[in-house]
Design a protein around this ligand. Sequence first.
Ligand code: SF4
Length: 395
Amino acid sequence: MAIKTLELIRKRLAERPEEIAKARREGQKVVGWQGYNIPEEIIYALGLIPVRIGVGGDDRLVEIGARYISTKNCVFVRETVGLFAENKDPYIQNTDFLAFDATCLQTYRTAEILEYYFNKEVIILGVPRNFYWPEAKVYFTKEVEYFTKRLEEQTGTKLDNQVLADTIALYDRIREAIVTIYQYQAATANYLSWEETYDLIHAGYYLDRREYLSLLEQVLSELREKQGQPVIEVTEDEARIFISGSVIPPGDKKLISIINEVGGRIVGDDLWSGLIPYLEVKIPENSLQGLAVGYLNRTPHGALPYLDLDTDQRIKRLKELIKTFKAQGVIYHTLRYCDPYTFKAKETKDILQKVGIPLLEIHTEYAGSDFEAIRTRVEAFVEMIRNKHYEEVAV
Ligand code: SF4
């Protein structure tokens, strides 16, 4: 779709592993992190190189990982363990230590496995189960402070307030650019697909964040030049799909390619590997407490229990995004043994049904054996959506 900056990003991604290896030889340290609530700003502000680790879609690595972690864990965490067991991925090879949060307890378990079997130094960030209690704010702030102290010990440097403020401003601009790019991908006449936007997000897992912001702004300027303001209208022949549910990390293309093959158009998501971490991050002050509050006030991750569906912020945000992107149906992706999202599939379906949005749950893993079965179900869903008259969802 001819956004020239995408080629430059691909080139920079190909060069990045060697660049990181060189930075390490020159004394810089690399933190591989995984989770949803880690304020990456702190890692960057301490002069460390943050790399968001974890890929998907490779059943061979899942098998290797399963030699160390129970097969009753989701394939994403098994593949993460497989990556460390095999130790061939350049980003895995080039981490000095790791940071994991305890949002999803399977991620936390992964951290324990990496410590135990592979002697990795892992800093854990505790996460409260209920974000709305006043105690949660106190607890999480203390956790963020302790997390920072551990990072400071690793680097031998103290976090500088001005550098933290500059870094928060940098990350705010990254978030703003990503949210704006999402509007462009969902537009009727678009020059950037959701799939390219998704790859763009994942590029930010690896590239230096200052360079990443500059590349995002180049993409935006190309989009503005070609598209003007993004206008989202539903045309008759479209089948506009919203993706929700379990993580779809870099490398996991199965469901995405099936939706494309059968003529569906993905226009939005609320995945923790997609848009949702960048939405509504309002950091009230440039301090560790400000960061903790800002992260607590984001859309909560599905792995956190919340029983009152009428006030559930995750559900509220899901409906708002479906409305914003004018999606006609939701494909809810659940990975086998991803209990958090699998348990929430039925309630999510029931709630969306009440506002006229159909939901198809696809329960899968990384093996290809269910490809045809999924294809048949997705194809029928896409056809159903295409023939359905579009009505804006009430939020
Ligand atoms: S939320 Fe689900 S997919 Fe993500 S790490 Fe936890 S169990 Fe795995």
